[in-house]
Structure formats: C-alpha cells, structure tokens
Design a protein around this ligand. Sequence first.
Ligand SMILES: N=CN[C@@H](CCC(=O)O)C(=O)O
Ligand SMILES: [Zn+2]
Length: 432
Amino acid sequence: MSGSYKLLVKNANQVVLICNNGEKYLTKHGMQNLCVIENGSVVIGSDGLIKAVGPAEIIRAQYSDASFQRVIDATGMCVLPGLVDAHSHPVWAGDRVHEFAMKLAGATYMDMHRAGGGIHFTVEHTRAAGSSDLLASLRCRLARMQRAGTTLVECKSGYGLELHTELKMLEVIEEARRTLPINISSTYCGAHAVPKGKTVAEATEDILQVQLPRLKQLMCAGTLRVDNIDVFCEQGVFDLTSTRSILKAGKDMGLNINFHGDELHPMNSAQLGADLGALAISHLEEVTDEGIAAMAKAKTAAVLLPTTAYILRLSQPRARDMLEAGVIVALGSDFNPNAYCCSMPIVMHLACVNMRMSMPETLAAATINAAYALRRSHTHGSLEVDKDGDLLVLNTTRWEHLIYQLGGHQELIRYVVIKGDIVYDNDKTMDL
Ligand SMILES: N=CN[C@@H](CCC(=O)O)C(=O)O
Ligand SMILES: [Zn+2]
C-alpha cells in the first residue's frame, strides 16, 4: 500500500479490537470472548478512519511504501478502542457537595428531592447561569472524561425543565460538539423532574405543547442537533402514562428513546421501553424478570450505572441476570452533581466488583454496547476498518490493568486518539 496516512500505531503488545465482524452489539458469549491481536498495529487514514488493523508483521509488509504523519511505537503497550460513556449529565452549575455529606449521614436521594434539593437545587443554579459559564465547565468536564479514555459521550439537558434553559443547555452541548474533538450524542431530558409549582400533567403538557415543538423547529432548521429523548420515569417524578406520551412524541420527531427507568422503584419502565422500541433504558436497579425478558426480546440496551448504586447505596442492577437473558448490557458514568465521576475505567472496575461482571464483559459494555445504546456502533465501539480512528494507547502490556488498577488510568493511559489525531499525550501532561 502506498500513499499517505495520518497515523500508524505499531507493534502493540495487544490490540483489543472487541469484535471483527461488524457486530452492532455483543451479548453474553461475545462479551466474554473479545477479539484481541497479540503484537498488532493499526493504520488510520487522513480522513480519520481506520484503514487497517492486524498483526504487526502483516501491516508492516502491506504498508512498507506508505508515509505516515505520525507514528506511535507501541512496543510493550496495549491499544483499545476509545471508551464510550452512554449516560452523562455534564451541563450544570452549582455543585452538591453539601448533599453528599447529608447522604453520608443517612438522607436518601428522594428525601432531598422532595425537600427541594437534588435536581431542583441544580435547576435553580443552571437557570441562573450564563451560557459561557456552562460551556466553560462543560469543556473542563469533557476534557477530564477524555483524559480518562472516553472518546464518545452522551450528554443530557435536564436542569432547565422549561424551554429557555433546556434550549440553553442543548445549545451549549451543540457548541461543544462543534468545537471539541470528543464525540457527543445529545439528549433532550426536559422531563428530568417535575418543575416546582407544576403538576405532572402540567409539566407533561408543557413538554408536549411548548418544548418539543420548538425543538422540532430548530432541528428541522438545522440549528440544533439532538439525538435522543429522555424521561425520568419514577414514583414522584414522571409516571408511566406521562412517560409514554413524552417518549412517543420524541420518537415521532425522529429521536431515539433512551430514558431513566426502574431506578428506585419497580415501575415497569423496562416493559414500556420495549413496547415503544426504546434504544436504551438506564439504571434498572429495580427491574423485574418480565422487564428483563422484554428488553432482551426488543434489543433494548440496558445502560447500567455503577456509580449511582454505589453512591446512593442502592441495590445493584442485576447485570448477571440480564446477561444470562441475552440483554445488551452497556455502561455509563452517570456523571452529574449527585454522582461526580468522569472515569469509565472506574465505572468498569465498580461493575466488576459490585455487579459481578468480568473484565471483558465490562469492556464490551463500555465500548461496542455503549455505542449501540447511542446508535453509533457503526462508527464507534470497536477497532474495525472504516470505523472512526478513536483509540487509547496504554502503558502496560495487558489491557486488563486499565480496570484492575482502581484510579490507575491517570498513569496508564499514554495517548488518547480521536479520528487519528492525538488529543491527549500523557507524556506532555496536557490536552492538545
Ligand atoms: N436519576 C435521575 N437522574 C440522574 C441524577 C441527576 C441528579 O441527581 O442531578 C441520574 O441518572 O442519576
Ligand atoms: Zn441520569
């Protein structure tokens, strides 16, 4: 092969492809048998897409006449696909460190929510914040996620609960998507809580009659890109009926259904999601057997959030039962003012220890399956030809160290590459 290419990563001790047959997701058996090449190389073209991945000697022979803008000698290192974070709330003002102290002293999530704290506290601060401040903090948070290996992240609105602030948040997400290398999937979450002073029926009406129609106009005009619609389906928040009508309206606008369900109480959210053809449902700590079966049948991904169950001391999501039933299990950081964690390697570690997933299962859940939950597994989530050239180079000979060394990603991740560009070089300890 002659010609010029953007990047060659050569001679890696391991290249973890995840899969190599164009799979859009993996279930239990596939998650346990990841595709790994020992002593491999990856070539990324000037369009940022993967051109070749395979044994180092074969790539060396095939590309002996080619030129590369950058070459990374990954001898003794590992290469993985960029991590995918399928659930985050990274746009907000006003931290909730004081509530962490209250929770440690015994307050529950809903105690604080009902008392006007929790999401309501963040809504108050986010409504008052200017777009430039929200964008500045979003940039810092995304840079932190990127340094921890995330190259595609879902970002939700949901701290406005009225048109103006919801749009302000979505526009800030859009600006980040336009200007930063990290890939973003944007989610409208205007039904994250019932705003103070409104009933569920009034809030639902406002979303259906005011917020969604305006969103549709902006999307049709091409001024705003939104990918997914979300609702917090929970006792004391949005019930099953209101959730159904909001999700259905979003789907009719072309949005993927991707919502919070069965977190604190069994709500039959999983059955609702399966019935509506939801792409993904998050949380599921309280999902029933029927809900698991319905999700497996509908190929609705379960986005599990180990940080939430950990911080709120909830029962753990039943990852093993879901895997046994054939559910597509994905992972997300759930980064938000309640669960302040930007690191998918930590999320994978928690999923292993607390949810009894194996290391290969959690890596599949944080790559190809998380990409599926965002309808992006045709471009992300594995190292396969024609997919985006998003990868991590780890300074270790076995990839499992990224999960095993709790919090060790800060030293282990040597490079983060997005579309063939090195966006983080840990040797220079700076974001490029
Ligand atoms: N459960 C609902 N939403 C978020 C928490 C948001 C917040 O507390 O600010 C979650 O996924 O954990
Ligand atoms: Zn959430």
